[in-house]
Design a protein around this ligand. Structure first.
Ligand SMILES: O=C1C[C@@](O)(C(=O)O)C[C@@H](O)[C@@H]1O
Length: 240
């Protein structure tokens, strides 16, 4: 597993945390830190402080900053405030990617933020979540394709109730990855979806998420970081 910039050209393992002091604990297994700003206290100040030593610490992990809205399963209540904070941190060297909700890109509230990211060579992960179900393959394909039009990476997390749902998610992942036009990240949340976190990378998903602290999962059904790293490495895809 090697990180080639934050272009997500190969599978990238993101260690999720709301506490950047946990970053050293993630270095052995992760390629990037997903900083959940919405779950942190004083997130902008925390990132500025991380950034101040980032350049001097040879193996410090780059940051994918997420400030998840409460209407998308996170805890950030005020859209204007959370998007502004993302714009501020996008200017920091340590922040090499930001996550923006597809809905905010579609309705235009994050258009300026996306432009700011582009100006600072920050990768945009356009994300969509379904906490209720796994939509049809056609609907997931449409969502992911749209996310890829708005962002550099299109990410979709759905909720799997059973193996058919998991297979549907893997199917859409495989189809879009085979087409080769877009960079995508997919995962199914919930117990029935857990294994997709290990398997979706085989079918072309480029980002996986796992908590630095196993007790602090940021989504249902996540493996701990070491386990996901091991599983993904062991399931390395073969060319076909
Ligand atoms: O959007 C995602 C994916 C995720 O929800 C997951 O299912 O692993 C975890 C979140 O921290 C991240 O922002």
């Amino acid at each position: 597993m090697g990180l080639e910039g934050l272009e997500f050209e190969s599978f990238t393992l993101a260690a999720s945390t709301a506490d950047l002091s946990e970053e050293p604990a993630a270095r052995d297994h992760a390629d990037v830190i997903e900083f959940r700003m919405d779950l942190a206290t004083e997130p902008v100040a925390a990132l500025e402080s991380y950034d101040s030593t980032y350049g001097e610490t040879a193996d410090a992990l780059p940051v994918l900053a997420t400030n998840r809205a409460d209407w998308e399963g996170g805890e950030a209540a005020d859209d204007e405030v959370r998007l502004r904070a993302l714009g501020e941190v996008a200017k920091l060297d340590a922040v090499q990617a930001i996550d923006i909700e597809l809905a905010s890109l579609r309705d235009g509230t994050a258009t300026a933020l996306s432009k700011t990211a582009g100006e600072h060579d920050v990768t945009v992960v356009a994300s969509a979540h379904d906490f209720e179900e796994t939509p049809s393959v056609a609907a997931m394909s449409e969502t992911l394709t749209d996310a890829c039009r708005y962002g550099d990476v299109g990410k979709l997390a759905v909720t799997a109730m059973n193996r058919s749902d998991a297979l549907a998610l893997l199917t859409v992942t495989h189809q879009l990855a085979q087409e080769g036009e877009y960079t995508i990240a997919t995962m199914a949340m919930g117990a029935a979806g857990s294994h997709t976190r290990a398997v979706a990378p085989v079918y072309g998903s480029r980002i996986g998420y796992a908590p630095v602290d196993p007790a602090k999962a940021t989504a249902p059904g996540q493996y701990d970081l070491e386990t996901l790293s091991r599983l993904v490495t062991q399931l390395e895809p073969v060319d076909d």
